[in-house]
Ligand binder design. Structure first.
Ligand SMILES: [Zn+2]
Ligand SMILES: [Zn+2]
Length: 212
């Protein structure tokens, strides 16, 4: 069964998650934006053997630590969708713009597309392409435990911003209603920032998507 622990990293308090299979204790880091010592300490404490890095999208608070972590631990980089290539190319400018330490460049080992699957130990995460916040944003869904790691697509009480390059509000809402809601109202999601919630709760109360 998939287990996870979320560690807020970077000045943006981005929810980096360590996910792992409790049968094999093999795991992955989703969105290592920075603060790598904290992430590695958590993995050690949990007894998780990190095998790969998963990226929801290539904004610096999510992807900033990827190059260094991948090089130091020799971890493959899985995701995001290729439409986020321009954000990866722009990591240096993103670091300057948001006051982050310079981010090491990287190239994904494997790009992800809608309908792909990513194996973590004996667990299988389904990949959905959810553009709108960025064009190459993906989310990771574990149907067995009804958990979804949604990055900056949806938050408790809000949705991802769409005013940055490549963002589009209608596309974002379509991603949420067409690709997140079918996972079920009882699915708990781990957003890129802030507390967890369920899709059902957001459908009832989130002013951006209420009643959709
Ligand atoms: Zn973002
Ligand atoms: Zn973010």
């Amino acid at each position: 069964m998939l287990r996870y622990e979320t560690i807020p990293v970077t000045p943006f308090q981005q929810n980096c998650s360590i996910v792992w299979c409790d049968q094999t204790m093999e795991g992955a880091v989703i969105d290592p934006g920075g603060d790598l010592p904290q992430i590695l300490e958590a993995a050690r404490r949990l007894g998780v053997e990190l095998k790969q890095i998963l990226l929801t999208h290539a904004h610096i608070d999510h992807a900033g630590g990827t190059g260094t972590l991948s090089r130091e631990l020799k971890l493959p980089i899985v995701g995001p969708h290729p439409a986020d290539q321009f954000w990866i190319d722009g990591l240096r400018q993103q670091a300057q713009m948001f006051g982050f330490a310079p981010a090491e460049a990287f190239t994904p080992t494997r790009w992800l597309h809608d309908g792909d699957a990513v194996q973590v130990g004996q667990c299988m995460l389904a990949v959905r392409h959810c553009p709108g916040h960025t064009p190459g944003h993906v989310v990771f869904h574990d149907a067995e435990t009804k958990r979804a790691f949604v990055g900056d697509v949806l938050f408790a009480g809000s949705v991802g911003r769409t005013d940055l390059p490549g963002g589009d509000t209608d596309t974002l809402i379509d991603s949420i209603t067409g690709r997140l809601w079918p996972m079920g109202d009882d699915t708990v999601f781990i957003p890129g920032h802030g507390p967890e919630s369920s899709f059902g709760h957001e459908r009832r109360s989130n002013p951006y998507v209420r009643g959709t």
